[in-house]
Design a protein around this ligand. Structure first.
Ligand code: ATP
Ligand code: MN
Length: 526
């Protein structure tokens, strides 16, 4: 009697309807418009029993209600949140995440700032203490969830923990179990995910969790061919994984968890797929490996097949965000989008004063949107991702919300070269969040050092525990080099605009007047 099974369904048609087209320019696609209104109004299975019988929702105490100074916040749980083993003794990563800059006091999350919420049922029924019971399907668990988060699987806890400003908190006791399940849970179904240009699959787990699988297409130590344009570059599964770690280390928490995983092309995909179009593309290669190529607009042909060795295939597994029927997303064209042509330049590449126009244009004229784009540009510059044409937000939160940093497959292609143009938003606008700037400076200290923290974090990924490091050393070294470039760019802004950051006051609450236009450091901390 609920809709979770439908929205988490694994048949190909429903999966494709859950994909959002990224080709639309700056508004919701028609698919999104067709979707029911946002969850606060929906009649989905997230409805709990009547209020008086509802046990306190422990989930909502994860952020907000619990006193901010509680010990739990300062000391991440033992065992490594990023999964895998990970010692606790002299961990730079742990010291880093325990730093006050990662544990900034924040006010309680107001009810309307949760993406999803449990809505009391209008008509309480006899079985009102259970709001969802599965009808047993092949391979799926017989689950009984109620409104208490302790009955929820990690993927659902994650969804319920998404707020206006971040996907998950720090520390996040749910991250360890979630990562563990993504990496090991039995795959009951795999269908092709439509949308985008490259082959990817939606995988389903016995507890109705879902993830996006991107197969390995390029060896990890291979550098992208210098004659390839960014838009012809292959996507890299390890870039998706590394981007999740980097985003988290930067303190953003705007990328859904991604883990590495070795799957069996036959047992985990071919044997369990209900996607006939996908099933038809399996073949055996001349050396006896099992391969498939799927159906997509660009790279789905025998020449671009993905092959197991002989059936083992490495890939990235990213947790699926809540279905679009529960949480509509809006796609925005990046103001610093590249031209995606070999000969044309984009406006921002030729107009030196481009940012002053952007600053006057909604939604960049108010709130945090501009510094959010700068945050994203910094992430992209560090990992050398030139392929950030669009970004997404949750429609429910309007313009005052974080940006989802999805699709990072074209990052970490080159380590020997930096791409200064990716930093254009920072250089041209000369504005950065104070908290971001301070964390970047922390990561530049020899005591922490970005490359060290990244190496340790990636080392906890289940795949890197089992095989070779997810990022080759030259890529890690490039991170340190690029970090100094970012900090130098901020310093230049401070010099040009005059005055030190401390004395500038900063723009507050997103309203800046004439004087505010000169502000480099956007004060998000006071
Ligand atoms: N973790 C996720 N959960 C839900 N939806 C996602 C997730 N990651 C990506 N998507 C959606 O799927 C679409 C396609 O994914 P992605 O951009 O990673 O694939 P792609 O093949 O690289 O696309 P493109 O070729 O357009 O760059 C995205 O636009 C996004 O809306
Ligand atoms: Mn892509």
């Amino acid at each position: 009697f609920s809709s979770i099974p439908q929205t988490q369904s694994c048949n190909p048609s429903s999966s494709s309807s859950s994909s959002s087209s990224s080709s639309s320019s700056s508004s919701s696609s028609s698919a999104r418009r067709d979707a029911p209104l946002h969850p606060a109004n929906d009649t989905s299975g997230l409805a709990p029993p009547p209020a008086e019988t509802t046990p306190p929702d422990t989930l909502k105490t994860r952020r907000g209600v619990v006193p901010r100074d509680s010990k739990a916040r300062r000391h991440p749980p033992v065992g490594g949140e990023a999964g895998g083993g990970g010692g606790v003794s002299v961990s730079k990563l742990q010291a880093f995440f325990s730093h006050p800059l990662y544990n900034l006091p924040s006010p309680a999350v107001p009810e309307e700032d949760w993406l999803l919420r449990v809505k009391p049922k209008a008509q309480p029924s006899k079985e009102s203490s259970l709001f969802w019971v599965s009808t047993l399907q092949d391979g799926y668990e017989d689950v009984q969830w109620n409104s208490s988060s302790s009955s929820h699987p990690p993927w659902l806890r994650f969804h319920m923990g998404i707020s206006r400003w971040e996907l998950y908190p720090n520390p996040d006791p749910n991250m360890g179990p979630l990562v563990q399940q993504l990496a090991t849970h039995h795959i009951v179904s795999a269908v092709q995910k439509s949308g985008g240009t490259q082959l990817k699959l939606v995988m389903s787990f016995p507890n109705y969790g879902q993830a996006i699988f991107k197969p390995m297409k390029q060896e990890r130590d291979e550098e992208t061919n210098f004659n390839l344009y960014y838009f012809s570059d292959f996507e890299r599964h390890n870039a998706e994984i590394a981007a999740f770690h980097l985003d988290r280390i930067l303190g953003y928490r705007r990328i859904p968890p991604v883990v590495g995983r070795l799957v069996d092309v036959v047992k985990d995909i071919k044997d369990v797929t209900t996607d006939h179009k996908l099933a038809r593309t399996f073949f055996s290669s001349p050396v006896g490996n099992t391969c498939f190529y799927g159906q997509c607009s660009y790279y789905c042909s025998t020449e671009h097949a993905v092959c197991g060795r002989p059936t083992a295939l490495e890939g990235s597994v990213a947790l699926m965000l809540p279905d679009l029927s529960l949480a509509i997303r809006r796609t925005w064209r990046s103001p610093w989008r590249r031209s995606y042509s070999r000969s044309k330049l984009a406006k921002w590449e030729t107009e030196p004063d481009y940012c002053s126009t952007v600053k006057k244009t909604a939604p960049y004229d108010k709130g945090t949107r501009l510094v959010d784009v700068v945050d994203l540009a910094i992430l992209d510059f560090l990992m050398s991702n030139m392929d950030r044409h669009h970004y997404e937000t949750f429609e429910k939160f309007g313009n005052d919300t974080f940006l989802l940093h999805l699709d990072n497959g074209r990052a970490f292609g080159r380590h020997s070269k930096d791409e200064p143009s990716i930093l254009a938003p920072l250089r041209q606008c000369c504005r950065i969040r104070r908290s971001t700037w301070l964390r970047l400076r922390l990561l530049a200290l020899p005591h922490f050092r970005l490359s060290d923290v990244m190496r340790e974090s990636l080392g906890r990924d289940p795949l890197s525990v089992a095989t070779t490091p997810l990022l080759a050393e030259p890529h890690l070294a490039a991170l340190d080099r690029r970090l100094t470039v970012v900090l130098r760019a901020v310093n230049r802004c401070l010099e040009e605009k005059g005055g030190g950051a401390g004395t500038m006051g900063g723009a507050r609450g997103g309203v800046w007047d004439g004087a505010g236009d000169e502000v480099v450091i956007y004060d998000d901390m006071s």
